[in-house]
Design a protein around this ligand. Structure first.
Ligand code: MEV
Length: 318
């Protein structure tokens, strides 16, 4: 039995995080320069049903069956096993590694799940389509944070830019003109589940106010899609700034994230915002020129890591 491996990219939400959980549109793109990888290899002469997990990045090594059933790595394995008899699965080792900083808003947990699901399923003789990987990853996402919108698993499993509206078929984004995004990591862990829960509490206490904020964010996403599809990405900067203000109103930004956003703008970015769940994690900034200077300034302002991600043009067939 051969070994099978799969990778899954990181992601950034360009516009619409949090509001997307409440039925507003959001835009996300993959970040292929960072990725999660899963390699599934047979354990020769092992007992069937023995699935070992090796994840040195998080110092985890042992049997999947010994992990808590809610543990995301075990959940990803179980999502693939599904209705099969787990005792009949050939003995194997799943090696997991990732260059995506964890708890940063770059989708590290989602990418790990997607890579495991794709590789483990292929090992068991079933190559999944991107959409099947996305659906199974979504099941694991629900364990991470209860009410995921589905955007993270969609952009990561399909590894293409998406326009996403919960409950509707998503569409791939057609990008007429490439643009560049600087990603700066605050180094403060931002846990999506907590951030989503935090926003939900606020919404429960004052649905009218928060629905209005979500709606405004949704309008921004729609305008952004228009600009991306018509080849005017430079105009996305002011929409990023507006989106960040609304995320501040949702109280998912922090002084550290605001500081990075301000530093990027001051250094010449066309606009900047936090990206992902917030309460830590990353900010993104739209860059036209001077990327080294802007990276330098955000690092001075406290970013532990800054990287440039180019969003290439992607024309869809008519
Ligand atoms: C996290 O990347 C994006 C959120 O909107 C959560 C979700 O959509 O499930 C914060």
């Amino acid at each position: 039995m051969p070994a099978f491996s799969a990778t899954a990219p990181g992601k950034i939400i360009l516009f619409g995080e949090h509001a997307v959980v409440y039925g507003e549109p959001a835009l996300a793109v993959p970040v292929p320069t960072v990725q999660a990888r899963a390699v599934v290899s047979p354990i020769i002469d092992g007992d069937s049903g023995d699935i070992q997990i090796e994840a040195p990045d998080i110092s985890l090594s042992g049997a999947a069956a010994d992990l808590n059933p809610d543990h995301p790595l075990r959940a990803a394995v179980n999502a693939v096993i599904g209705e099969r008899d787990p005792g009949g699965v050939p003995a194997c080792k799943i090696n997991i590694s990732s260059t995506i900083p964890s708890a940063s808003g770059l989708g590290s947990g989602t990418a790990v799940s997607a890579a495991i699901i794709r590789a483990f399923s292929a090992f068991l003789g079933r190559r999944l389509t991107d959409e099947q990987v996305s659906q199974l990853t979504f099941e694991v996402e629900k364990i991470y944070h209860g009410t995921p919108s589905g955007i993270d698993n969609t952009v990561i499993a399909h590894h293409k830019p998406v326009y996403y509206l919960k409950g509707e078929p998503f569409s791939f984004l057609s990008i007429l003109k490439p643009f560049s995004i600087l990603i700066a990591d605050s180094g403060i862990p931002g846990h999506t589940g907590e951030a989503v829960h935090h926003v939900r509490q606020k919404w429960i206490n004052d649905p009218e106010r928060y629905d209005q904020i979500f709606k405004s964010i949704g309008e921004i996403s729609k305008n952004a899609m228009e600009l991306i599809q018509t080849g005017s990405p430079a105009m996305l900067g002011s929409l990023m700034d507006e989106n960040h203000s609304l995320l501040q109103s949702l109280e998912v930004s922090t002084p550290e994230l605001d500081n990075l956003v301000n530093a990027a703008r001051k250094a010449g970015a066309l606009g900047a915002k936090l990206s992902g769940g917030g309460l830590g994690g990353i900010i993104i900034a739209l860059i036209e020129e001077g990327e080294d200077q802007i990276a330098e300034e955000v690092t001075q302002a406290g970013a532990v890591h800054a990287m440039l991600s180019r969003v290439p043009s992607s024309q869809l067939p008519d």
